[in-house]
Design a protein around this ligand. Sequence first.
Ligand code: SF4
Length: 466
Amino acid sequence: MKEACGVVGVVAPGRDVAYACYDALYALQHRGQESAGMATFQNHQITVVKDNGLVSHVFADTTLRALAGSMVIGHTRYSTSGSANWTAAQPVYRSAGESGFALAHNGNLTNTAALAESAGLHLTTMLSDSDLVAELLGHAVLEGATLPEALHDVLRRAEGAFSMVILEAGAIHAVRDPHGFRPLCLGRLGEPDAPEGWVVASETPALDVVGATFVREVEPGEMVTITEDGVTSTRLLEPAEGPTRLCIFEFVYFARPDAYLMGHQVHSVRRRMGERLATSSPVEADLVMGVPDSGIPAAEGYAKASGIPFGYGLVKNRYIGRTFITPDQAQRAAGVRRKLNPLRDTIEGQRLVVVDDSIVRGTTTRALVRMLREAGAREVHLRISSPPFVWPCYYGIDTPNREELLAATHSLAEMREFIGCDSLAFISMEDLRTAVEVGDACCDACLTGNYPAPTPVTIGQSRAHW
Ligand code: SF4
């Protein structure tokens, strides 16, 4: 599974904020490594810089110095919809309105065909859902709507997941879809009684890195507007019935461990998942180890609850970017070796409990188990901190078709056999919800099949039909 995207917006009167945006994007790099971009506003003009590659590759010091202005939005992208080439990098710019506007989107719309048709547009592979929204907003603005009016008109008809930041002359708008699938939070620069600026970002570490204090999460359906005069909140869209539907995989895998989501630090949640796994699926072993990165805190929790020592058995190469992510099965398995290498001295002759966050196709897990055995592991007991992944995601996470999901087509015994481990156990849905604490307020459709919002195709149907 790959993360969707990361978005940022910064307003700080009297300051050039491109450097702050750079730091915030750098903190969100894990959410997308395919492209990065920024849009700043100064002198009645919006300037966009974006390119394929990591944040540090796209922005040189000279570029950042040239990006003057006290308002900026930024984006890191992993493509889940539309093309993965340069034209799909964000922010997306449209020239409609006083200075035009720029838009950065995290999520995936599920009714793009209907939206495009409503405006007489033809969907092509070059037109991402973010491009489509920008196009529709541009039409509305050219017909005389203000940008907030256009946002209301377009987004009330949009289905699916979106956390967006939009920059126009003198303002940044931050909008979250009525279900709140993707995270979005608001932070303040300076003291409460004398704010020096405001930041919106996908995750709280992006606030921390720029010295902003977390204020609150943007609510589902809310639009937060930031100008040089401060922050205002508008109920742009009716929130969906029922609780928020933040993606539960933000807790399991996507978000940084130091992020706070719905009041809970992700690292602590992952430890609790491991504790639950130790209680529900105990095994006699010598060492508990996690698969970096998100498996580590869960492994710590498993070790604490089981009393089995915790150790680091795998070293991760942290310098692998999108270049090395290749699509076919054989290469995916080979990719495990590029990314992870076992610590032979630690694992040789040991009975291992290996905690990982999920099993999708099973090919990388199988390669991992083989690697551990070749390094001398005596037994490998896999413990997975999410329940079996049996349905595709339609809300912005890149998952394979249902027939490629190992758990959708294999029994537990068949999965164990395919992976080649000595025992295999998953956390239960109930235990996951308990560990997350706000699990009842999360989307878990890929685990349960309970999709909280319309899907673009019949559930389970191949992506080719989308
Ligand atoms: S379907 Fe799964 S991956 Fe997609 S938003 Fe829901 S919980 Fe997250």
